[in-house]
Write a protein that binds this ligand. Structure first.
Ligand code: GLA
Length: 391
C-alpha cells in the first residue's frame, strides 16, 4: 500500500508510537526519601477497564521532568489524578476522583471530566437559533446541565499520545453527532492535555461543526491543594473579576452583570473561600454556596490570569490562565459525604472546588452575553492552563 520513502515514514511513525506505549520507563513512579524522583518526560499507557458495552478505556500517565504526574483516561476525558509539589517538594494528589472505571460510570458529579457540548446550564433546555427552536435533554430539573444526560463526560474518546518539546500529553477526539442530546450539527471536538515542564496542566480545545450550534466546553476538575486531607474552606482564592452573573433559584443567570463590590463575591483580594460562604447574601442561598460565573474583564481571546489559589498548610499555589471570558467557581457545595473516592477518602461537604473556565451560562438565551455560537467554516479554539507552584 505504501511505496518507497513513504513506507519508511509510516514504519518510523508506527515504531515511535509503539515505543511510546511499550517502553515507558516509569520514572514518575520512583520515589526517593518520600519525594518523587526527578526524571525524564514520560508517557505510560495502561488498560483502565471496559465500559458496559465493551469499549476499552486507557489510562495515560504523563510525567514531566520535575516528577509531576497526571493520569488521564479516554472515558470522559477525565483527569483521574494530578500530583503537585508542596513547599518541601513532596508530591500530593490534588484532584478528586475514583480508583476505577466502574465508580466513574456509576455516579460522578463530573469529577475531572471534560463537559460539553455546552458546559453549565441552558435554561429549560431550550434555545432558538437562526429562527429555529431546539429542545435539549433536561437533566437538572427543568434545565440542561453540562451537555445533558450523556454529555462529553460519559463517552469514550479516541486517544493518542502526544510529545511536545516542553511537555507530554494526550490528544482526545470525539465526534458529537447531529442531534446528540438535542444539539444541531456534527461537532468534531479535540481536547489536548499537556503536562508541561513548567508544572502546568495545559488544556487546548478545538471544535468544528457542519451546522450552527452552541459550544461551551470546559474542564470540571475538583481541586484540593491539601492533597485531599480536609475541606477547601481555608484555601485562599483570588478571582480577577469585577462582575459576576447573578442567578435565579435554578442557577440560571438573570441576564444582568452585577458588581462584586461590597459583596461576598468579591475575591479581587485573596480571601479564604470559607470566610463569607455562609453569609446570608441571597445569591449564596441559591447554589448552597459559591456556584456562580465570574466575568473576567479582559480582551476577547487574550490569555490572562483568571484566578489564583493558595493553600496555607502545604504552600501549594494554583494559577488559572485562560482565553475564555469567564470562570465558574463552584465550592463543592453538593458534595455531602456520600461519595468515596481514591484510596477510600470520603468526599465530605466542600472537599473540592472547581474553577471551570468558560462562557457565561445560558448564553444561547441571552443576546447581551458574548456569543457561544459556532458556525460551519468557523473554529472553536480555547486554551486554559492550571499552573502549580509552592511558597
Ligand atoms: C457545576 C454546576 C454545579 C454542579 C456541579 C456538579 O459546577 O454549576 O451546580 O452541578 O457542576 O455537581
Amino acid at each position: 500500500m505504501f511505496k518507497g520513502s513513504s513506507r519508511w515514514i509510516v514504519w518510523a511513525v508506527l515504531m515511535a508510537m509503539a515505543m511510546t506505549v511499550l517502553c515507558s520507563c516509569n520514572t514518575a513512579k520512583q520515589w526517593v526519601g518520600g519525594k518523587e524522583a526527578k526524571g525524564a518526560m514520560d508517557i505510560d499507557v495502561t488498560a483502565f477497564g471496559k465500559t458496559p458495552s465493551g469499549q476499552q478505556v486507557r489510562l495515560y500517565t504523563l510525567a514531566n521532568v520535575n516528577g509531576m504526574t497526571a493520569e488521564i483516561i479516554n472515558y470522559g476525558a477525565i483527569v483521574v489524578s494530578l500530583s503537585a509539589p508542596d513547599r518541601d517538594g513532596s508530591m500530593g494528589d490534588i484532584v478528586l476522583g475514583y480508583d476505577n472505571l466502574q465508580d466513574y460510570i456509576k455516579e460522578t458529579p463530573y469529577f475531572g471530566a471534560i463537559v460539553g457540548r455546552y458546559g453549565n446550564r441552558i435554561g429549560k433546555g431550550r434555545f432558538t437559533l437562526d429562527g429555529k427552536q431546539y429542545t435539549l435533554a433536561t437533566n437538572n430539573d427543568e434545565n440542561h446541565l453540562h451537555g445533558g444526560i450523556k454529555g462529553f463526560d460519559k463517552v469514550v474518546w479516541d486517544d493518542e499520545p502526544l510529545w511536545r518539546p516542553d511537555g507530554v500529553g494526550v490528544k482526545l477526539s470525539y465526534l458529537s453527532k447531529d442531534g446528540e442530546e438535542g444539539y444541531p450539527g456534527n461537532l468534531k471536538v479535540t481536547v489536548i492535555y499537556v503536562l508541561t515542564n513548567k508544572n502546568e496542566l495545559r488544556i487546548e480545545y478545538e471544535a468544528t461543526t457542519d451546522k450552527a450550534t452552541p459550544v461551551n466546553i470546559t474542564h470540571h476538575g475538583y481541586f484540593n491543594l491539601t492533597g485531599c486531607r480536609r475541606d477547601i474552606l481555608d484555601h485562599e482564592l483570588t478571582l480577577k473579576a469585577d462582575r459576576f452573573t447573578p442567578v435565579d433559584a435554578g442557577l440560571i443567570p438573570t441576564g444582568h452583570l452585577a458588581s462584586v463590590e461590597g459583596t461576598p463575591m468579591d475575591f479581587r483580594k485573596s480571601t479564604a473561600i470559607g470566610a463569607r460562604i455562609e453569609s446570608d447574601y441571597e445569591q449564596l442561598k441559591f447554589g448552597g454556596g459559591y456556584d456562580h460565573n465570574w466575568v473576567l474583564g479582559k480582551r476577547p481571546r487574550a490569555m490572562t490570569t483568571a484566578a489564583r489559589v493558595y493553600e496555607p498548610t502545604t504552600g501549594r499555589v494554583m494559577e488559572v490562565l485562560t482565553t475564555e471570558p469567564a470562570v465558574q467557581f463552584y465550592a463543592g457545595n453538593f458534595l455531602d459525604g456520600t461519595l468515596t473516592g481514591k484510596q477510600g477518602v470520603v468526599y465530605q461537604h466542600r472537599y473540592g472546588f472547581c474553577l471551570e473556565t468558560q462562557h457565561y451560562p445560558d448564553s444561547p438565551n441571552k443576546p447581551n452575553f458574548p456569543s457561544t455560537i459556532l458556525r460551519p467554516g468557523g473554529k472553536y479554539e480555547t486554551t486554559t492552563i492550571y499552573r502549580f507552584s509552592a511558597k
